[in-house]
Design a protein. Structure first.
Length: 352
């Protein structure tokens, strides 16, 4: 007498039995094939693929081939299915499938694209109106005849015909966000306050998220974003993403440039010299260019002394005193410390 039994296995287990690979841990990466995007809606898509080994499921996706988002399933299988949700309507996405086996070898597909469906529009109400309680010209209403149905009630029907029809949406169909006024680039001095703003239309409520250099700014979810006490680290691009129940859009980049105030890093130095010598005072300063220089003697401007250094030739006792320089730019002006010039005059020889 012979005995037998039948077992029903999933397709991936059946493949493993057929290829005698149950319990075998391969060292080579899984081969990813048959990548397909299906069941596409306005906000989701299902990615399917197969591998030659039991492995997990990963789908990377985004608006470019750099992706940026991913969804995973760690269950090892041969036939893979992952659903991506939270997508924007009528938008083209890039995706690729990845699978990692038990030996941690990763197989990666090529780049694929799919486009989500346009957002559906809710049913609208069509209303008709008769001006002043009268029928418009061209409308015909046939005579309605009623008859009892045997229990005392009346029923009847009629059709109305018109040569012109006007349809009115009540309320208007929902619309995706549309930016009317983009945030503008700005240049401000360090320590000041800057505000970026956007004007957009679309079905309410509109949700905003501001970004700095592509990174979300915590709490920046209004139509305007204000930064106080701006520092050099705040320079860069600012943009805002706007979404509603229909879809989403992103603004263009607004660039923030921060002017750095003048800072003197090397002060002019005091000098003691003999009469008739040449003397040079110099200063080193940093800050947003261009830098302007005004040299002074005892607080009074020296005509033509507008460089980072100032030379006094053939100095005499009358040239002695405190020299300083005012360095300025678009952000601030700063005055250097005094550099004192002392002139040694040889004693005069007179006849006895």
């Amino acid at each position: 007498m012979n005995y037998f039994r039948a077992e029903l296995h999933p397709a991936d287990v059946l493949d493993a039995i057929r290829t005698d690979s149950i319990g075998v841990v391969p060292t080579n990466a899984p081969i990813v094939t048959n990548v397909t995007a299906g069941s596409i809606t306005a906000s989701s898509a299902t990615i399917t693929w197969t591998t030659d080994q039991s492995s997990d499921s990963i789908v990377e996706y985004g608006l470019t081939a750099r992706y940026g988002s991913a969804t995973t399933n760690t269950t090892p299988i041969y036939y893979h299915t992952l659903t991506i949700t939270g997508l924007s309507a009528n938008t083209t996405y890039h995706d690729r499938a990845e699978s990692r086996n038990a030996s941690n070898s990763l197989g990666v597909s090529g780049d694929y694209v799919f486009t989500t469906l346009a957002a559906s529009v809710s049913d609208v109400i069509v209303e008709s109106y008769l001006p002043n309680g009268t029928l418009n010209s061209g409308v015909t209403v046939p005579t309605v005849k009623f008859a009892t149905n045997g229990v005392g009630s009346l029923s009847g029907s009629a059709r109305m015909y018109s040569d012109a029809i006007k349809f009115v949406y009540v309320p208007p169909p929902p619309s995706a966000p549309l930016i009317a006024t983009q945030p503008q680039s700005q240049t401000i001095n360090q320590g000041n306050t800057v505000t970026f703003s956007v004007v957009a239309s679309g079905t309410a409520p509109l949700t905003c998220q501001w970004k700095h250099a592509g990174t979300n700014l915590a709490g920046a979810t209004d139509s305007s974003f204000t930064k106080v006490n701006v520092q050099p680290s705040d320079t860069g691009t600012y943009a805002v993403g706007i979404t509603n129940s229909v879809g989403g859009t992103n603004s263009g980049n607004a660039t923030l440039t921060v002017n750095l105030p003048t800072t003197i890093t090397a002060q002019p130095q005091s000098v003691t010299t003999n009469a008739g010598a040449n003397v040079t005072f110099s200063v080193t300063a940093t800050g947003t260019a261009p830098l302007s220089y005004r040299w002074q003697l005892e607080g009074a401007d020296i005509p033509g002394a507008t460089g980072s250094s100032y030379t006094r030739t053939n100095v005499q006792s009358g040239d002695a005193g405190a020299y300083s320089v005012i360095v300025s730019n678009v952000a601030a002006a700063v005055t250097s410390a005094d550099a004192v010039l002392s002139v040694l005059v040889p004693p005069a020889i007179t006849a006895a």
